[in-house]
Ligand binder design. Structure first.
Ligand SMILES: [Zn+2]
Length: 343
């Protein structure tokens, strides 16, 4: 039997409005100042208040939109809990702000530690380790020179301070929200210890950026953990989570549209990377730096706005082939790694 395609039962809500996607579950959007111009957030009825899922960036605009949502679709009832799927700023940005207004923060230990560490790590300029990592990835020398003088993106630019204290969720755990019992299953690769929540009652699945339609989440290596293999982590997570996927589930993703068809989608998310790795194997018949692999990996021109994400993703795919024992790497005189397939 041919696998069913993806189905999208709802059109996106306007900014400041909400769409009910399941009983007691509202879908809302907040703007992002990037090519991916929105993040999805959800509010689940939870006793006398709401449990919200993810928050958007901390910005004046996001706070004003939340005020409008709280007074409008959320009917003035309090946000008692904030569940954060992973540590990225578009998801955890306003968690501390909600905590300041009395909400409990629920997330994984790694997500909380990463966010709390990064929010305290003020960097006026890129660290020497980051510069060395960019050089290792073969960043264009003129761009490297320019970025070395510029203040990099700091978590504090888009994430409110996180007060001490959170409630941990972990693989195999359970969270009760309103009338639903959710099983917690952890994914990796896009963000370490990314939570997904699977309702036992009605097939509602909170997917964050782990379970997402139409865009493939960024898998990147950074100076923080330069030998990481996020491609392996991602492929392992997709295969493991696929065991729990069925056609009837409604997936609530962190971006784009709620969808049915998770078994198909997980297959696509795996195949995308196998396809990219196969193209890379051909491309690495001759030794190349990670940035020289953009044409093989991305089917579009990489502009200045995409360069950073493309660099960490290209590095991740080269390094995956090296971890798998299929490629070698050698340092060029300028510090860049050259990757090449073994004969
Ligand atoms: Zn993310």
């Amino acid at each position: 039997m041919a696998p069913a395609g993806l189905r999208y039962p709802f059109a996106p809500p306007e900014l400041g409005a909400a769409t009910e996607v399941a009983e007691g579950v509202l879908w809302m959007r907040l703007p992002l100042p990037m090519a991916l111009d929105h993040v999805n957030v959800y509010a689940l009825e939870d006793g006398a208040g709401w449990c919200i899922v993810d928050t958007g960036f901390d910005s004046r605009k996001s706070r004003a939109l939340w005020e409008a949502l709280l007074a409008g679709p959320l009917a003035g009832r309090p946000v008692t809990r904030v569940l954060v799927t992973h540590h990225h700023p578009d998801h955890i940005g306003l968690a501390g702000w909600f905590q300041g207004r009395g909400a409990e923060l629920i997330t994984t230990r790694t997500a909380w530690l990463m966010a709390r560490m990064l929010v305290l790590d003020d960097q006026p300029l890129p660290t020497p380790e980051t510069l060395a990592f960019w050089r290792g990835a073969g960043m264009d020398p003129a761009l490297l020179e320019q970025r070395a003088q510029e203040r990099p993106f700091n978590f504090t630019d888009a994430v409110a301070p996180l007060p001490l204290g959170f409630t941990r969720i972990a693989e195999g755990g359970v969270v009760r929200i309103g009338g639903r019992t959710f099983d917690v299953r952890i994914g990796n690769g896009h963000a370490p210890e990314h939570a997904t929540l699977w309702s036992r009652e009605d097939g509602l699945v909170i997917g964050g950026d782990q379970l997402i339609p139409s865009i493939s989440p960024n898998l990147g290596v950074y100076a923080t953990e330069p030998l990481a293999d996020p491609v392996a982590d991602w492929l392992e997570s997709c295969a493991r989570l696929a065991r729990f996927a069925d056609e009837g589930q409604l997936i609530l993703p962190g971006h784009k549209l709620p969808f049915h068809g998770l078994p198909t989608r997980l297959r696509q998310l795996i195949d995308n990377h196998h396809g990219a790795l196969a193209r890379l194997e051909v491309h690495l018949a001759t030794p190349r730096t990670a940035t020289e692999c953009f044409p093989a990996l991305f089917k579009r021109e990489i502009g200045p706005g995409d360069y950073g994400l493309a660099l960490v993703e290209a590095f991740a795919h080269c390094q995956h082939l090296w971890h798998a024992g299929r490629a070698t790497r050698t340092r060029r005189d300028d510090g860049a790694w050259l990757w090449q397939m073994k004969a």
